[in-house]
Design a protein around this ligand. Structure first.
Ligand code: AMP
Length: 214
């Protein structure tokens, strides 16, 4: 099964992708996590990607398509996965369609998580991420038992640099301009399912499962 999760930053894509991984065995492919890991490990990607992430801008399409081709069709490619954070532009979606066609693979569902824009900024400011296992928490809606430690692995929880208010505003603008048109792109292909993202993570998860027919 191959699923795309769409939606604005902070809507809960990461949390839901992790649940799909844990409970349905779909591999979570988060391009944001891959980029942050590459930056942390000082790989060649670091120089190309670091500035974009800091500013809340998108990394160029060509670079992202190379990264996703390697992840989805390289030596360690998973069979079932959920894409969290990719595609983010129309050229990325077109590039992904081409890759699927070349490899004879088809997409099962595109889920758009929808939320009230006013709720997003406060959700993003309250987000905390585990340095060790990338688990995502929210001090308001999905709090860890200890605000400084990950429930799952005990790793240190931190606030992503791009989750500060100044960068959040820019990321939301980028989303509206470059990523929101993807909903129409997939709607025209009859692949789009819209799922309200309000409620607890378990409630949202159940809606996603219903939408993908799991
Ligand atoms: P995320 O963790 O999905 O919020 O992504 C964090 C940052 O990584 C974004 O603000 C972008 O700078 C970069 N990024 C992640 N995925 C993509 C993508 N598909 N295209 C371009 N940039 C991306």
């Amino acid at each position: 099964m191959k699923v795309i999760l769409l939606g604005p930053p902070g809507v809960g894509k990461g949390t839901q992708a992790q649940k799909l991984q844990q409970e349905r065995g779909l591999r979570q492919i988060s391009t944001g996590d891959i980029l942050r890991q590459a930056i942390k490990n000082q790989t060649a990607l670091r120089q190309q990607a670091d500035d974009y992430l800091r500013r809340g801008e998108l990394v160029p399409d060509e670079l992202m398509l190379g990264l996703i081709a390697e992840t989805l069709f390289g030596a360690e490619a998973p069979r079932d996965y959920v894409l969290d954070g990719f595609p983010r532009t129309i050229p990325q979606a077109e590039g992904l369609d081409k890759l699927f066609a070349q490899h004879g693979v088809s997409l099962d569902s595109v889920i758009q998580l929808s939320a009230d824009p006013d709720a997003i900024v406060s959700r993003l400011s309250a987000r905390r991420t585990c340095r060790k296992c990338n688990a995502v928490y929210n001090l308001l809606t999905n709090p860890p038992r200890d605000p400084l430690r990950c429930d799952a692995c005990g790793g240190e929880l931190y606030q992503r640099e791009d989750d500060r208010v100044e960068t959040i505003t820019r990321r939301l603008q980028v989303y509206t301009k470059q990523t929101e048109p993807l909903a129409e792109y997939y709607r025209q292909r009859g692949q789009l399912k819209i799922v309200p993202a309000d409620g607890t993570p378990s409630e949202v998860f159940q809606r996603i499962i219903n939408a993908i027919g799991g």
